[in-house]
Design a protein around this ligand. Sequence first.
Ligand code: XMP
Length: 524
Amino acid sequence: MTRERVIVIDFGGQYNQLVARRVRECNVYCEIYSYKIDIEKIKEMNPKGIILTGGPNSAYQEDSPSYQKELFELGIPVLGICYGAQLMMHKLGGKVITPEVGEYGKTEIHFEQNGVLFKDLPDTAICWMSHFDRILEAAPGFEVVAHTADCPIAATQNVEKNLYTVQFHPEVLHTQNGTQMIYNFVRKICGCEGSWRMDSFVENTIEEIRTKVGDGKVLLALSGGVDSSVLAALLAKAIGPQLTCVFVDHGLLRKNEGDEVESVFGKGGAFDINFVRVNAQKRYYEKLAGVTEPESKRKMIGEEFIRIFEEEAKKIGAVDFLAQGTIYPDVVESGLGGESAVIKSHHNVGGLPEHVDFKEIIEPLRDLFKDEVRKVGLELGLPEYLVFRQPFPGPGLGIRIIGEVTAEKVGIVQDVDFIYRDEVDKAAADYKKEHGCDPAWKPNQYFAALTNMRSVGVMGDERTYDYAVALRAVNTVDFMTAEASEIPFAVLQKAMSRIINEVKGVNRVFYDLTSKPPGTVEFE
Ligand code: XMP
């Protein structure tokens, strides 16, 4: 493949994916590799640039993640960020120390006029610092091009060798003009043309799918989530009626979701494909009757999904390809790419079906980040409500109903959730209209759950004994940690009042203030 690329070498920093995303925002394709990657493999890939990420270790210690010096002699421009900066200095003869005090958070920084990375940017700015160790002496041949009050060597460069370091994190949005610095590196220093665009991705991928699939048949389990919907649309454009999508409605979807998915992908929709909707609601409710333990519920929902999918696949008969909506963070997090090998196994709901007859798996979205998947969705003409759907867990409302799941409870939580999302969306849109930007409290995920608690209330002149629902909203970068969103009280109150008035069976509304940790985003 001759695709122009920059590689990110991951030393275990928390922002590794963010670095790659910023590079891609500069229209340059970028991949993340562990620091264990063989130098021969790097030479083979012949990247236009290399970025070394941050990491939690001390560069001068023997057993810390490292890289051989030859990396800096390949003639490929290298940018070291934080730990990557310290490592480069250490390897090339500079000195790194562990001082008495570290430097964390927003920090004022001053740039020298000749700093190539900071060309045409203001010479004073705010940057994001997060380091304990620092560089005491730059390596021979390097000049210092930035400093802060506590960090005299905040950036260095060796222009002749095209080697650059920054102690701060340009990939973090708190760093003013950070993306421009990354742009300066990848586009100006590395000379990348910037040909990574989603319209050409769509065009090229459609061609690739056609070549690979030929006149074969492809099967896709469509969940209605962003990734599988975009994949369905992409495959539909590429191979049309050779694609069969199986959509299992397990009765644990959000309000109207099943019909929305069917209206886009089913008969009369925008795509000429085979669409099978399996209405398995009753089957699920029967299966889930009496089951209260969260893990058992999750397992049962996942396994039943696979079973139904297999049954449908058998009806279709042998297919050549099974398509999967794997995206790049899945690849990185499963340890195939970068260093941070953390995956939540429960997120691979059920895994691969065993008895489906197919020859090969295809994963056309494997190289994309979520925001890129959304852009592809828009390119393909999918409706915005599908493309910008918030994350929704595989076990669906099953894990948002504490205790036993029943059809009645599903109905309640669907209605409550619908009202709540509607009010949050309206408030966020109003704010945006007035201020021209999203409110700081705009949550990344927000939904309602049904607690298993009933309590006494009074409505009109009647005593009630109904359910309490919990509203949840979180602000998060990666869903590994999260804070409860500071939704304005008036918005919550409006949602509460509508919920009590419009949804039968609910007489109490809670707002969940718990962060993650110690809580999780979902309730079960
Ligand atoms: P937790 O509850 O683990 O959620 O803090 C973090 C994010 O993951 C989603 N989530 C799931 N997604 N299958 C999924 O596909 C699951 O079983 C599952 N459990 C949680 C959750 O919605 C949040 O975005």
